[in-house]
Design a protein. Structure first.
Lengths: 113, 114
């Protein structure tokens, strides 16, 4: 089946430093999604990338989708304490008529003040 | 939030007891999902349903059961056959007819089996 791998598993940064998490799929994806889960909370959808080589920005967050549509990255510039949480990538997977998402294992970001 | 509710937020049960976790959505979404999350881990799919009265096993269905009698509701039963049931359980829904598979999550239920 489809596998989605994320690195690193954990990342500690000083506030103001940059942060990047990487996501790799074993299969070509029609799209890739990113979610954020705050400590003690639930995953919240951040963004979806669809096109090969696509780059999208949300304030200090930059998302990229690889040319081969098998990898993606999330980069945060000048981290803040509000960025703390676990970031998951997810790719859609179809089995017959059923559609589901395969989630990466997540990168847990800690921002030290 | 986002129109998905899960109850209760915290649940304690004795070993050997079955327990049912509630999930309700008012987003008019066709598809609903149950995930299990262990500390420091990602999301593992337990069961999913694309339409009323139909559901499929996910990656870790053993020891769990579900029903989908109404579009709005997708309860999950953790049976005594589940060997390690203590975990954080997340319910999600998505609009199968939409152009994306974006999932909207409920607040989750933390189950502790004593």
């Amino acid at each position: 089946g489809q596998q989605v791998m994320q690195i690193p598993q954990y990342q500690h940064v000083q506030e103001g430093e940059d942060f990047t998490t990487y996501c790799n799929s074993s299969t070509t994806l029609s799209n890739i999604q990113w979610y954020k889960q705050r400590p003690g909370g639930h995953p919240v959808f951040l963004i979806q990338l669809v096109k090969s080589g696509e780059v999208k920005k949300q304030k200090r967050l930059t998302f990229q989708f690889g040319e081969a549509k098998k990898n993606s990255s999330l980069h945060i510039t000048a981290t803040q304490t509000t960025d703390v949480g676990t970031y998951f990538c997810a790719g859609p997977y179809s089995s017959g008529s059923a559609r589901q998402l395969t989630f990466g294992s997540g990168t847990q970001l800690t921002v030290l003040p | 939030d986002g129109g998905i509710t899960q109850s209760p937020k915290y649940l304690f049960r004795k070993e050997g007891q079955n327990v049912t976790l509630s999930c309700e959505q008012n987003l008019n979404h066709d598809a609903m999902y149950w995930y299990r999350q262990d500390p420091g881990q990602g999301l593992r799919l337990i069961y999913y349903s694309q339409i009323v009265n139909d559901f499929q096993k996910g990656d870790i269905a053993e020891g769990y059961s579900v029903s989908r009698e109404k579009k709005e509701s997708f309860p999950l039963t953790v049976t005594s056959a589940q060997k390690n049931p203590t975990a954080f359980y997340l319910c999600a829904s998505s609009n199968k007819r939409g152009p994306t598979d974006t999932q909207y999550f409920g607040p989750g239920t933390r189950l502790t089996v004593l």
